[in-house]
Design a protein around this ligand. Structure first.
Ligand code: 13P
Length: 258
């Protein structure tokens, strides 16, 4: 459950980066520098083996932590998978679901992603559902159709009410790791579309939903993006691996929330 006083959410997605030593340095810096945020929740999502490290470094701070994926099943003979219950054992309260880097490389279907979203919720972990279109889809003007279909996989299976107290991250694939972020206008239009789509089905869920933007967010563009209506924060890749950059983005979100 995201507290009502929290207006913005900034999530670090470390992807497959880091080691014990580098993580410790980053986490110590985050804890020391981000202690005064009042309206912004910071979350760090690291590779599974570092969850215990996140727990011990962050448990006495306001920074939350989570994973970048989870199994759609709860228990059983699924070699190499990690369940929601296991994430809970290490205090994880957020999990990224359906990131395009996984969906593409490991052929994750929208239906699998929907199941993961629900299993996270069932275990009290806030899912961060990633949606977004490719460059070809944007150039063809079908980006809303693409995102709509990704949302429909969840809506058709479980109803729109399940989006209450969850997070959707709009991550245009062409903006991820390219240095070419969506413009505030492009993001504004898609975020409005997402909010309206959920609101048309369940206005309460739409109000209780955070919609993040992800894709080449940096200290220079963070404020511009975070002040846009319906942008509730960011999902940060590359710049979350640099303490100063990440902290500037968190402070930009805090400024936008004030
Ligand atoms: P970059 O911030 O490196 O573009 O990555 C975005 C992303 O994929 C966050 O999940």
């Amino acid at each position: 459950m995201i507290p009502k006083t929290i207006k913005k959410l900034v999530v670090a997605n470390w992807k497959m980066h880091g080691n014990l030593k580098q993580n410790a340095a980053l986490l110590n810096d985050f804890v020391a520098t981000l202690a005064n945020l009042k309206h912004t929740q910071v979350v760090v999502c690291a590779p599974y083996p570092y969850l215990a490290q996140l727990q011990s470094a962050l448990q006495h701070s306001d920074i939350a932590w989570g994973a970048q994926n989870l199994a759609k099943n709860e228990i059983g003979p699924y070699t190499g998978e990690v369940s929601a219950g296991m994430l809970r054992d290490f205090g994880a309260t957020y999990v990224i679901v359906g990131h395009s880097e996984r969906a593409t490389a490991y052929c994750e279907s929208d239906e699998n992603i929907a199941q993961k979203f629900m299993v996270a919720k069932k275990h009290g972990i806030t899912p961060i559902l990633c949606v977004g279109e490719t460059l070809i889809e944007r150039e063809a003007g079908v980006m809303e159709m693409v995102v709509s279909k990704q949302l429909d996989a969840i809506i058709n299976a479980y109803g729109a009410a399940v989006f209450a107290n969850t997070v959707i991250s709009y991550e245009p694939i062409w903006a991820i790791g390219t240095g070419l972020a969506a413009t505030p206008e492009q993001a504004k239009s898609m975020h409005r579309f997402i909010r309206n789509k959920i609101a048309a089905l369940n206005s309460e869920a739409a109000n209780q939903l955070k919609i993040l933007y992800g894709g080449s967010v940096n200290p220079q563009n963070a404020l511009q993006l975070c002040i846009v209506e319906n942008i509730d924060g960011g999902l940060i890749g590359r710049c979350s691996l640099n303490a100063q950059d990440f902290e500037s983005i968190c402070y930009a979100a805090e400024k936008a929330a004030a």
